[in-house]
Design a protein around this ligand. Structure first.
Ligand code: AQP
Length: 329
């Protein structure tokens, strides 16, 4: 069976963009592939985190994975910092990666611009840690949103370079970026992606744990485009984004949706979209609350054990190929 690996950071709150761009596809693919879903808390500390909040958010994200439909009997769910191989492989890959290629990463450039001289080394090295996450599991496919495409290309480059210089060690993964939903935009600013770290646009972000009032309020205030027609049209990003969310959450075809809203105003679309979203979130939120603490611990412990066993084999292989094992007689 081919393998998939993916992860999300336990920072802020999981939003509809994370779900529609990534988690939804993890659920859809988990029975076709041997699947590894990681809570990437080592990525989260590339920015300062309150330790207590980070620990709580790590558990909350694990609950969300399960609540949206990741089946722990089928998929391996684990916390990144429980598997030390991720950090060890990062050092090996750091010695293969080049400054110039990391400097080209747009996510780094954007974060460096905001933080100026205080930008952390971890932010710079983030894509190498991500490459380690993926390569440790001999991953074939990585289901992610569009914002991760460049990091995936770097992962492939590092795998190919390592294999060339030290002998075959890693599978070279392919990205899986959905045709629809790969970049859900902020409701407050449709030129920006929906993002949990964008404090200015909390209003533009529907969180999976938002209550009914918050969902209604955020959709009601969603920015719209000029014009009145309700149809899928990439040149009108605000309405296109609202219709994309509607389409993905209730599985009606684009034609059906356009017929349904023909002659209607934006208020009708926003109102219906809020109700569709509320109905979609309700069972997820109920499941998040109902997952027992001991059960969650057991899932994460077993997940880490299974992940560690596979990661250890790959790491040892990489170390042997680099001449790091076998120096002692
Ligand atoms: N707006 C989005 N549309 C579609 N997919 C998205 N993803 C993120 N935002 C969107 C995908 O969600 C997965 C997990 O993301 P992450 O936790 O690693 O964080 P991120 O990619 O950095 O996204 P955020 O939520 O915007 O966080 P911040 O604000 O901290 O950068 C990934 O597969 C991602 O592609």
């Amino acid at each position: 069976m081919k393998r998939i690996f993916s992860g999300a950071q336990p920072t802020g709150n999981v939003h509809l963009g994370n779900y529609l761009g990534a988690l939804r596809n993890w659920v859809a693919l988990q029975r076709e592939y041997e699947s590894f879903f990681c809570i990437v808390n080592l990525h989260a500390i590339t920015f300062p985190q309150d330790p207590k909040v980070l620990a709580a958010k790590t558990r909350e994200l694990a609950r969300i994975y399960l609540a949206v439909g990741i089946d722990p009997n089928v998929s391996t769910v684990f916390v990144q910092s429980d598997v030390a191989e991720h950090t060890e492989l990062t050092w090996l890959l750091n010695c293969v990666a080049r400054m110039s290629e990391l400097e080209r990463m747009t996510q780094f450039k954007e974060k460096a611009r905001k933080q100026q001289e205080n930008v952390g080394v971890g932010v710079f090295d983030y894509p190498v840690l991500m490459a380690s996450d993926i390569l440790l599991y001999q991953t074939d496919l990585v289901p992610v949103g569009e914002d991760q495409k460049q990091h995936l290309e770097l992962t492939r480059d590092l795998a190919i370079r390592f294999n060339r210089d030290y002998g075959q060690t890693f599978a070279v993964p392919e990205p899986f970026i959905p045709k629809i939903g790969a970049r859900i935009m902020s409701l407050a600013d449709p030129a920006k992606k929906m993002s949990k770290s964008d404090e200015e646009s909390e209003a533009g972000c529907i969180m999976l744990l938002d209550d009914v009032d918050a969902v209604r309020r955020k959709f009601k205030r969603a920015v719209t485009d000029s014009g009145t027609e309700i149809r899928f049209d990439e040149s009108r990003p605000a309405i296109n984004n609202l219709l994309t969310i509607y389409h993905l959450l209730n599985d009606r075809s684009a034609e059906e949706i356009e017929d349904h809203f023909n002659g209607q105003g934006y208020a009708k679309l926003k109102g219906e979209l809020a109700e569709v979203t509320i109905e979609f979130l309700k069972p997820i939120q109920e499941r998040v609350r109902s997952i027992d603490d001991d059960k969650l611990d057991a899932i994460l412990r077993q997940g880490a054990e299974k992940a560690e066993a596979i990661a250890r084999v790959t790491l040892n292989h990489a170390k042997r190929n680099m001449g790091l094992i076998g120096a002692r007689k």
